[in-house]
Design a protein around this ligand. Structure first.
Ligand SMILES: O=C(CO)COP(=O)(O)O
Length: 255
């Protein structure tokens, strides 16, 4: 309905992939292919590739993000990286609350909320991930769960700050499995997230918020998913590691 109010955002999540040479090669290929994109293009890369990504995308329309950040500004947190450190480098985006962080690294809704706060304070744009596990979908609790994840993560986020929040609906059962949610399933939950934002803020804020789908999105299914009224973009894992595949999704979002 109000899709025209929002800019589509296609973001790649490289996860723990690509050494520096591979990163430079991929970005080189991608830059040419997405130069005329009619949507925002972001690549979220491992910390070790941030410098390469920032220098190699300089002057292009590709923006750079990290895959996580800590909630503290600095301190005794071995192995962690703060939002301020990312912002100082020139990083503009950060993924927070990815299901792999929740599943394998003990991330909770509370720590997700704290990381969102730190990222916003540092001036970053957040790609906040929410989504249900297969058992939760089978138990019929998807709506309650996703609404709760969204509400807790946005606790303390002001209406003005919502302009720097992107939400990615990523059903855990669709991530890296080749099993994509149907366009209708994706839209249903993206709409639920939008309604949750409307209840927390206003319909105007909800209509202006970009909500992505993520989970086995590829060149073949992107157009169908992105045509849905409440799906404003994609968070892409596997298909973001190959320039032609990622570029094809960017093209689908540009129409
Ligand atoms: O987790 C994802 C993006 O954050 C999705 O990964 P895949 O596209 O590989 O399923």
């Amino acid at each position: 309905m109000n899709k025209a109010l929002r800019k589509a955002v296609i973001a790649g999540n490289w996860k723990m992939n690509k050494n520096r040479q591979e990163a430079a090669t991929l970005i080189g290929e991608l830059k040419e292919k997405v130069a005329g994109a009619g949507c925002d293009v972001v690549i979220c890369v491992p910390y070790t590739n941030l410098e390469t990504a920032l220098s190699n995308t300089n002057g292009s329309n590709i923006k750079v993000g990290a895959e996580n950040c800590h909630w503290a500004k600095s301190g005794a947190f071995t192995g962690e990286v703060s939002a301020d450190m990312l912002a100082e480098m020139g990083v503009q985006y950060v993924i927070i609350g990815h299901s792999e962080r929740r599943q394998y690294f003990g991330e909770t809704d509370v720590t997700v909320q704290q990381r969102v706060r730190a990222a916003l304070d540092a001036g970053l744009t957040v790609i906040l991930c929410v989504g249900e596990m297969l058992e939760q979908r089978e138990q019929g609790v998807t709506s309650e769960l996703v609404a709760m994840q969204t509400k807790i993560a946005l606790g303390g986020v002001s209406e003005e700050e919502m302009a720097r929040i992107i939400i990615a609906y990523e059903p855990v059962w669709a991530i890296g499995t080749g099993r994509t949610a149907t366009a209708e399933q994706a839209n249903e939950v993206c709409k639920l997230i939008r309604d949750t934002i409307a209840s927390l803020y206003s319909q105007k804020v909800a209509d202006a918020t970009t909500i992505q789908y993520g989970g086995s999105m590829n060149a073949g299914n992107a157009a169908d998913l992105l045509a849905q009224p409440d799906v404003d973009g994609g968070l892409i894992g596997g298909a973001s590691l190959k320039a032609p595949d990622f570029a094809a999704i960017v093209e689908a979002a540009s129409k």
